[in-house]
Structure formats: C-alpha cells, structure tokens
Design a protein around this ligand. Structure first.
Ligand SMILES: CC(C)(COP(=O)(O)OP(=O)(O)OC[C@H]1O[C@@H](n2cnc3c(N)ncnc32)[C@H](O)[C@@H]1OP(=O)(O)O)[C@@H](O)C(=O)NCCC(=O)NCCS
Length: 153
C-alpha cells in the first residue's frame, strides 16, 4: 500500500474533499446535530482541517476544533468530522488521520480529545472504539460523547 501524507486544506484540495464519496447509509452520520449547532457560535480560527493524500489523490478529510475557552468541555479539543473516500475505507486512512490529530493535540499540550457520534449500524462507532476513544456520556440530542485520553503513553 502506497504512502499516506497529510496536507493542510487548501483552495485546490477543498474541491477534492467535496467529491469524497460515502458508502450507502453513511450520510446520516456525517454531521451530528450538536456540531451543526456549535458551528454557528465557534470562532473560525479554531478549526484544524487537513486532507490525507495517497498517490497524489485526496482520499480523506478531517476537521478538528481547538477552542480551549469553549464553555462546553466536549468542544474544547474535538474531532468534528472525518471521512474517507468509500473506495479507500478499511485501508487504514481513518486510523492514520486520527493518529495525526492525536500528535497535533499532544504537541499543543492537550490532555483529552473528544468526539461526538450517533450510534447505528452503518455509523463510525466501531472505528472510534478501535482507534482508542472511550464513551463517557451523551449530548442532549442523544449523541455519544467519547474521549481519547492523551495523558497515557
Ligand atoms: C469512519 C471512517 C472515517 C473510518 O475510516 P477508515 O479509513 O475506513 O478506517 P480504517 O481503515 O483506519 O479502519 C480502522 C478500524 O476500524 C474498523 N472500521 C472502520 N470503519 C468501520 C465501520 N464503519 N464499522 C465497523 N468497523 C469499522 C476497521 O475494520 C479497522 O479495524 P481493525 O483495526 O480491527 O482492522 C470511514 O468509515 C468513513 O469515512 N465513514 C463515513 C463518514 C463518517 O461516518 N464519519 C464519522 C462521523 S463525522
């Protein structure tokens, strides 16, 4: 399998991100309601958006948010969105991108990363558990709040 690298989101890669495909049934999991609500009140400069590139093609996207002042703990260092092109899913792209986010969070001295997701058969729950997130609560909309502990090795 050829090498993966991470790049900043740019005017040229954003077009490719918009073309990333999903498997049937995945659409409903892409933006939990709480993120849509939070986006309206989140400062633009807190976003961390990157694309994963393999063989010069964009194969995945991640949007995280670092907002230490946020009144809600689950939004202070949070993975907001991750998606991997349908044809490339299951080949390690998602794990690669999350591990890059973990490195970024560590370099910022952050102790805990969170993610919100909806439970369901076609959803990302098993993926988030596999990469090391642990469920710790629920939002008012019934989404699962899961956390990755960065204080352990
Ligand atoms: C969730 C997602 C990002 C995972 O990316 P990926 O590149 O397929 O993940 P990986 O190839 O790194 O897989 C890592 C592990 O999780 C498992 N896994 C990945 N997606 C899974 C799914 N939907 N259901 C069950 N297991 C899954 C893989 O089998 C693998 O397990 P292993 O380590 O035991 O082999 C991808 O499926 C996706 O884009 N889904 C649609 C969008 C979405 O729901 N995003 C999350 C909310 S924003």
């Amino acid at each position: 399998m050829s090498e993966l690298r991470l790049e900043e989101l740019s005017a040229s890669t954003i077009v490719a991100v918009n073309r990333l495909s999903l498997k049937p049934g995945q659409e409903q999991f892409i933006t939990p309601v709480s993120y849509a609500a939070a986006l309206a009140v989140t400062p633009a400069n807190t976003a961390w958006q990157r694309v994963a590139v393999r063989d010069d093609r964009v194969v995945g996207f991640i949007h995280a948010n670092f907002d230490a002042e946020n009144s809600r703990p689950e939004f202070r260092a949070a993975l907001w969105r991750i998606n991997v092109d349908a044809k490339q899913q299951g080949t390690g792209v998602g794990t690669f991108i999350v591990n890059e986010l973990i490195k970024e969070a560590r370099s910022r001295g952050i102790e805990k990363l969170t993610v919100l997701y909806e439970a369901g058969d076609e959803g990302p729950e098993q993926f988030f558990l596999n990469v090391g997130f642990k469920p710790e609560g629920e939002t008012e909309y019934g989404e699962i709040i899961a956390a990755y502990d960065l204080t352990s090795a």
